[in-house]
Design a protein around this ligand. Structure first.
Ligand code: PLP
Length: 434
């Protein structure tokens, strides 16, 4: 987050009328801009158009001679796709499972199987534990939260820092045996954008946990989604856990949802040999195996790890200007006002704003009135309740660049207006109290 400067209420109050007038004029324009959902744009999806005609008639055999059109084959997924992902995930193909179209569904399966059966190292299924709990860095990804809520797992929020979750808080919470895991989005986190430092990853791998079967749910959804040319180097959390004497601690998840097609990508589970065997044993009873045709299509389209990286360069060329437009718009409206700070992510899909406490909901409402739909305020926090009412998530990927530019300005205006209203109200209250 950019540092915020001291708020100047006098300045803001004096500007309230002009801000209101600007807002009213925007309302008249009847704009309809939507930057609520972290979805790829049509241009991004079009980068993968060729995949729609792959593998093509007559091309249905893997290198091992398996027929991807039929039942059977390797239950772990098409070996050449796992080999393609091996340098990306920095793990041998034998420790990677290629699954269906959603890594989130794989996280869900792991959580439910852990509750019903336990994981390697469990003495009993997690559901037998009184009040099982998960640590969740907040703000975070809403679907991680709702998954836990759905199955009665208590969520324990910890603060996010520029190097990952507040590790002192994480270590203190993890000492409790009922705490079974932590949600981690280690690269370009959703929504806060930070990448975990090596030190954070090392502490997560090495920390003492009350539960012997504690798991890092390591959701590396944005591992190759760089916005800057330099890209961050990925931490091999599985190796770190093994080196720290906890070889089964990390469940790694990734997917091609935001590499190729969001609804027709391939999800991956990667972990220790024991966890992969555990996963496959459960998965084999859940269905007849993944969509191998889609997996082969991905191999034909991406070719190899370098092909995947080249493809992500094209994604970056489309995404980076939209992020720059948001940052520019926010800066022009808000820099120096002291009423907001915001992330400047080097990758991923989101920009996270911390507005003046108590104003995020109102700012989102004002933006909506002026024609900009934003992610519902509070939704980045467990149970949709942001204790400070300060976090606003911006997802610039889907809308056209011109819309993103216009929206950024309106968001800045709305944050400023909400802050000015609140400061004015507080001031009036203080006067009455005097
Ligand atoms: N994990 C994170 C952190 C995400 O932000 C998203 C999508 O926004 C997902 C997972 C969804 O992944 P998938 O499409 O592979 O289910």
């Amino acid at each position: 987050m950019a540092a915020s400067t001291v708020t100047d209420p006098v300045l803001l109050r004096s500007r309230l009328d002009s801000l209101r007038a600007e807002h009213a004029a925007l309302k008249q324009r009847g704009l309809q801009l939507n930057i609520a959902r972290g979805k790829p744009s049509e241009e991004q999806l079009a980068l993968s158009d060729a995949i729609l005609s792959l593998p093509g008639p007559g091309d249905w055999k893997t290198e091992a001679g398996e027929d991807v059109r039929n039942y059977g084959g390797d239950p772990q997924g098409v070996p050449e796709l796992r080999a393609l992902m091996s340098p990306i995930l920095d793990l041998p193909a034998s420790q990677i499972v290629a699954g269906g179209n959603s890594s989130l569904a794989m996280m869900h399966d792991c959580l439910v199987w852990a509750l019903l059966k336990g994981v390697p190292g469990s003495t009993e299924p997690w559901s037998r534990v009184e009040k099982p709990a998960f640590i969740c860095p907040a703000p975070g990804y809403e679907k991680h939260h709702t998954m836990c809520v759905e199955y009665g797992i208590e969520l324990l929020p910890v603060a996010v820092t520029p190097t990952g979750p507040d590790m002192d808080a994480v270590e203190a919470l993890a000492a409790d045996p009922r705490v079974k895991g932590i949600w981690c989005v280690p690269t370009y986190a959703n929504p806060t954008g930070e990448t975990y430092s090596d030190e954070t990853a090392r502490r997560l791998a090495a920390m003492k946990t009350g539960a012997p079967d504690f798991r890092l749910f390591w959701d590396d959804a944005y591992l190759v989604h760089h916005l800057s040319g330099n890209g961050v180097t990925r931490t091999n959390i599985v190796a770190l856990c093994a080196a720290a004497g906890h070889p089964d601690r990390a469940f790694v998840f990734a997917s091609t949802s935001k590499i190729t097609l969001a609804s027709a990508g391939v999800g991956f589970f990667a972990s220790s040999p024991a966890n992969v065997a555990w996963y496959l044993a459960r998965d084999g009873k859940r269905g007849v195996g993944p969509d191998k045709l889609n997996q082969l299509r991905h191999v034909r389209f991406l070719k190899d790890a370098d092909g995947l990286r080249d493809h992500m360069e094209k994604q970056r060329a489309l995404l980076a200007p939209k992020f720059a437009a948001v940052l520019d718009g926010l800066s022009r409206r808000l820099a120096g006002t002291g009423v907001a700070s915001w992330s400047n992510p080097l990758g991923g899909y989101f920009i996270s704003i911390e507005a003046l406490p108590g104003t995020a909901r109102r700012a989102v409402e004002l933006a909506q009135e002026a024609g900009v739909t934003l992610t519902v305020a509070g939704s980045t926090w467990p149970h949709g309740k942001d204790p400070q009412d300060s976090n606003i998530r911006i997802a610039p990927s889907y809308a056209p660049l011109a819309d993103v530019k216009a929206a950024a300005d309106i968001i800045g205006l709305s944050i400023l207006l909400a802050a000015a209203e609140t400061l004015l109200t507080n001031n009036a209250r203080n006067k009455v109290a005097e």
